[in-house]
Design a protein around this ligand. Structure first.
Ligand SMILES: [Zn+2]
Length: 202
């Protein structure tokens, strides 16, 4: 199991010292530490947390975390197409050096036990290649640990026809906007002309 520990204003001792009997303890963020330990050690961890005023934030099973080899598994399953991968969310081509592999259902969701929608689609593990998508850094960063509409975009982004339809819809919208601007400016010009007629400026 993984245990996440948060220090508070009252905690004086560095968790790396307090948990020195746990060699896996390491700092993972501002005031955040992580310990990998057997479930049988949980009571001990909880006791240290109480005594040292740490908050035992959450725990999650190891297999729900990000695996070490998901990137390799994805690249093996979906070899690089000619010209390189395209971002699943914006369809831009990604230079190889900037390719990131995104977890469509975020790792965070699995860790916090919200696995129902994922399992509904037959995905048991967040690192399943079906839950992975190529993404550019910008989209990956913007997505973060969000789900919702991003999941739909990831599912649709796989199909070329989606991008064609999306571009067509965008062109159509642009056409309508141009038509609105042109027709309204023609009407406006007519009004101006008429007002000038009435007021005798012509
Ligand atoms: Zn993108």
């Amino acid at each position: 199991m993984y245990y996440e520990i948060l220090t508070t204003e009252r905690s004086r001792r560095d968790p790396r010292r307090a948990f020195r009997r746990f060699p896996s303890v390491r700092r993972t963020g501002q005031a955040l530490y992580r310990i990998q330990a057997d479930e049988r050690k949980e009571r001990k961890i909880a006791r240290i947390c109480r005594r040292r005023h740490y908050i035992l934030k959450r725990k999650y099973p190891e297999q729900l975390g990000r695996s070490d080899n998901y990137r390799r598994a994805f690249l093996a399953q979906y070899p690089r197409p000619a010209g390189g991968y395209r971002c699943r969310y914006c369809h831009r081509r990604i230079p190889d050096a900037k390719l990131t592999i995104d977890h469509i259902f975020p790792v965070y969701m699995a860790k916090t036990g919200r696995t129902f929608p994922m399992r509904l689609l037959g995905i048991e593990d967040v690192n399943d290649v079906r839950n992975l998508a190529p993404a550019c850094r910008r989209c990956n960063y913007r997505k973060g640990s969000r789900a919702g509409l991003w999941i739909v975009r990831a599912a649709l982004g796989k199909y070329r026809v989606y991008w064609i339809l999306l571009r067509l819809a965008q062109l159509l919208l642009l056409g309508v906007l141009i038509w609105l601007v042109v027709s309204s400016s023609t009407i406006l010009a007519e009004w101006v002309w008429e007002i000038r007629q009435w007021s005798g400026f012509a």
